[in-house]
Design a protein around this ligand. Structure first.
Ligand code: ADP
Ligand code: MG
Length: 395
């Protein structure tokens, strides 16, 4: 996917990678190059829109964008992924539902969200090169948006803080792209830090960086991309959200974040069975995030396996957002030595994570691949991730 090649630059320097390819495509050097990572969520699923807690981290897979401002209002976009050709668009009259197709909606959504903030956005040329897998639940879309907003924020001197960029990219995804997502993904991508997980309170957007050092505990974090598309998840997501809102209303709290573990007995009496189980997932998941944060600080990465396991069971049985491939990945990883495993992301497909002793990494990989073949599932993609730095300028 990532083809890099080196070319001789007129100044005699060997220029490589994105800058050279940008010059080839657009005939001039970019104003700069920015990167923003994808993310994996260690724990805290479907807690974000309930104003609760999440614990994602930025991963060592990134979207890089080379950008050059133009002096008109034309946008020209090119990706190194696939054979999609140039996307041309006009910034004047940009509006949600104006028919932007394909991946152009992510950079254009960011431009539109900046316009909503009274920021004048000129035309620009952009070359994207991303190694964040698409649709695997690692937020390749936010990686693009966060790289683009970092670039435009700096090039336009807009002076947006990380918190403001988080809200602008959320507006881009919600209103322009049309995906009803929260603030977790872009918070991890923009505010992540090497070796740290991002403990985010989705109510007030406050962030605490928590050490997550799997290596020190002799562990690796495997991502198992089941290759099951989660794009059909829209209806499931909306109905889970509706159940949570109903549960909060019936329990008389502003959001499920405000419901304590001790109130679950009451909830069982008040709510219908399905709504109760949705509520129980959110309430127990919030508690698991808090415990995980605590244990990471005191006992390290080797102590959190049980929370990952419990999170998966809760999503499988109470929230009902797993699928056979995710369950198989988790069960097989656990049976072969992972100390904890769970599906990660919104559910109905995407990826699972498995916290695994380094020495058993290969065994877990082989066993998962074998079990998928035996079950007749598409072969999964399995790789390790480590907590990496958030968005930054590269050149
Ligand atoms: P996720 O964010 O979980 O990976 P989404 O469906 O939200 O899944 O975003 C995936 C979309 O992002 C793709 O369909 C594509 O439009 C866009 N995308 C991601 N990476 C690239 C890339 N390298 N080049 C072009 N488009 C990309
Ligand atoms: Mg996405």
């Amino acid at each position: 996917m990532t083809r890099t090649r080196a070319v001789d630059h007129p100044d005699g320097q060997l220029r490589s990678g994105l800058t050279a390819r940008f010059e080839e495509a657009f005939g001039a050097a970019p104003d700069g190059v920015w990167q923003a990572p994808g993310r994996v969520n260690l724990i805290g699923e479907h807690t974000d829109y309930n104003e609760g807690f999440v614990l994602p981290f930025a991963i060592d897979k990134t979207a890089k964008v080379a950008v050059r401002l133009r002096d008109d209002s034309t946008v020209r976009l090119l990706s190194t992924f696939g054979d999609q050709g140039m996307v041309d668009a006009e910034l004047a009259g940009l509006a949600p539902g104006s028919g932007t197709k394909g991946w152009g909606k992510y950079p254009l959504g960011v431009a539109w969200a900046l316009q909503q903030r009274e920021i004048t956005v000129p035309g620009f040329e952009l070359l994207l090169d991303s190694d964040v897998p698409l649709g695997a639940g690692l937020s390749s879309s936010h990686a693009i948006e966060c790289a683009v907003i970092s670039a435009l924020n700096e090039l336009l001197g807009a002076g947006l803080s990380a918190e403001e960029m988080v809200l602008a990219t959320q507006q881009a995804e919600n209103s322009f792209v049309g995906a009803p997502t929260g603030i977790m993904d872009q918070s991890a991508s923009l505010r992540g830090s090497r070796g740290k997980a991002v403990f985010l309170d989705c109510r007030d957007q406050s962030v605490q960086l928590v050490p997550f050092d799997a290596e020190a505990a002799g562990l690796v974090l495997l991502v198992i991309d089941t290759k099951v598309s989660h794009s059909h998840a829209d209806g499931g997501y909306a109905s889970r959200r509706a159940s949570c809102e109903l549960g909060a209303r019936l329990m008389g709290v502003p959001a499920l974040r405000d419901l304590a573990l001790e109130q679950l007995d009451d909830a069982a009496r008040v709510l219908d069975d399905t709504t109760f189980r949705r509520v129980r997932h959110v309430v127990t998941e919030n508690a698991r995030v808090l415990e995980t944060v605590e244990r990471l600080a005191t006992d390290g990465a080797g102590s959190i396996g049980g929370f990952l396991d419990a999170s998966h069971v809760s999503m499988r049985d109470d929230f009902e957002i797993s699928c056979p491939e995710l369950d198989l990945a988790v069960d097989t990883a656990r049976a072969n030595g992972a100390i904890g495993a769970r599906m990660t992301g919104g559910g109905f497909g995407g990826s699972a994570i498995a916290l695994t002793p380094v020495g058993l990494g290969q065994q877990v990989r082989d066993a998962v691949v074998r079990s998928f073949a035996e079950a007749g599932h598409t072969a999964p993609d399995i790789f390790t991730v480590t907590p990496a730095a958030g968005a930054s300028r590269l050149a």
